[in-house]
Design a protein around this ligand. Structure first.
Ligand code: DAH
Length: 340
């Protein structure tokens, strides 16, 4: 029986060495260590041995059993490790692979232009005041010194909602809202926002565009304040070397009225197609707030004076980036938007 045990151990260990997968491992265990396995069967014969042989054979049998169990555990661990390794290799992630680029959003060119304007006027102590886009005709025209049938109304082609309500054609009606809110305090605000005009859409004009209005009201405000403010704005917006001029003009809500011109950023004043060979570009309308408009806002024109201005927002961006068609701004083409 000792001989049988030895050859069983040998056979079992040899068979185990050939086992390479969990399935075969399980079969091996059933065959050699199972309840009806070879070793168990052999050990059942123990009882038939003469009593004096039993202890020795019993010890040997137990040793073989432990040896096989140990060998099994070792093999099992080895197979598991190999499996894990194979799985790791199969599922390996190459962390050195460059990531996929994330598409970054950006600010719309109009927003960039607006924020630059806000920055410059904030530095000069201006607050930003929001006013409505849907207006009464009274605010858009009447209170700005353009009563019904005033010929100056023809300067703005209007989208009417009904015979009293319209889409504002300029940001100037915000002046009245600001004055009525701030009276009797001094005012220094800019009023940015969308304006609408019932116009043929072309490379030069959209039916919707942005303006930034400015309004300053106080005691002893003069044209010199307007000029200084505009000069500072122009230099910071268009470059320190720029020259500015005020040219007499007409608006119903300012008296006197001017156009603010800057020497052409493209030709430096020599004359080119962009400035129509004048050497100058128009950047804003402006003037001293008309006494009637001051009064409509609640301010006594004998005590208060003020200046106002209104400028485009897309136009400076067009000059800066040489955009030759205003329609690009609001046609939502990312190929255009991604360039600026
Ligand atoms: N509202 C004028 C326009 O849309 C621009 C303008 C001119 C605004 C003179 C002003 C101003 O405040 O004083 O054409």
């Amino acid at each position: 029986m000792l001989e049988q045990l030895r050859s069983l151990e040998e056979e079992a260990l040899a068979a185990l060495a050939a086992v390479n997968d969990p399935e075969a491992l399980k079969e091996w265990r059933v065959r050699y260590l199972g309840r009806r396995g070879a070793l168990t069967t052999l050990m059942r014969g123990l009882g038939k041995l003469p009593p004096e042989e039993r202890p020795q054979v019993g010890q040997a049998a137990n040793r073989v059993k432990r040896a096989l169990e140990e060998a099994f555990a070792e093999r099992e661990a080895a197979i598991k490790a190999a499996e894990l390794e194979a799985q790791l290799a199969a599922e390996a992630v190459d962390v050195t692979l460059p990531g996929r680029p994330v598409a970054l959003g950006r600010l719309h060119p109009t927003t960039q232009s607006l924020r630059r304007i806000y920055e410059i006027f904030s530095d000069m102590g201006f607050q930003i005041y929001d006013a409505r886009e849907v207006e009464y005709d009274e605010y858009n025209f009447g209170l700005l010194n353009m009563p019904p049938h005033h010929p100056a109304r023809d300067m703005w082609d209007t989208f009417w909602i009904n015979d009293r309500v319209l889409l504002r054609t300029h940001t100037s009606p915000g002046q009245i809202h600001a004055m009525r809110e701030f009276y009797p305090n001094p005012i220094r605000v800019i009023l940015p926002g969308k304006c609408y005009r019932y116009e043929q859409v072309t490379a030069r004009s959209e039916f919707m565009f942005y303006q930034v209005e400015g309004l300053v009201v106080g005691r002893n405000i003069t044209m010199a304040d307007l000029k200084g403010t505009m000069e500072n704005f122009v230099r910071r917006m268009y470059g320190g070397e720029r020259r500015m001029r005020l040219r007499g003009s007409y608006f119903p809500f300012t008296e006197p009225s001017v156009e603010v011109d800057v020497d052409c950023v493209l030709c430096g004043g020599k004359g080119c197609r962009v400035c129509k060979y004048t050497g100058w570009l128009e950047v804003a309308g402006a003037g001293m707030v008309h006494p009637i408009v001051l009064r409509n806002g609640g301010y006594d024109p004998d005590e208060f004076t003020g200046y106002a201005f209104g400028m485009g927002v897309e136009r400076p961006a067009m000059l800066k980036y040489r955009i030759d068609d205003i329609r690009y701004f609001y046609s939502n083409d990312p190929r255009f938007l991604a360039q600026i």
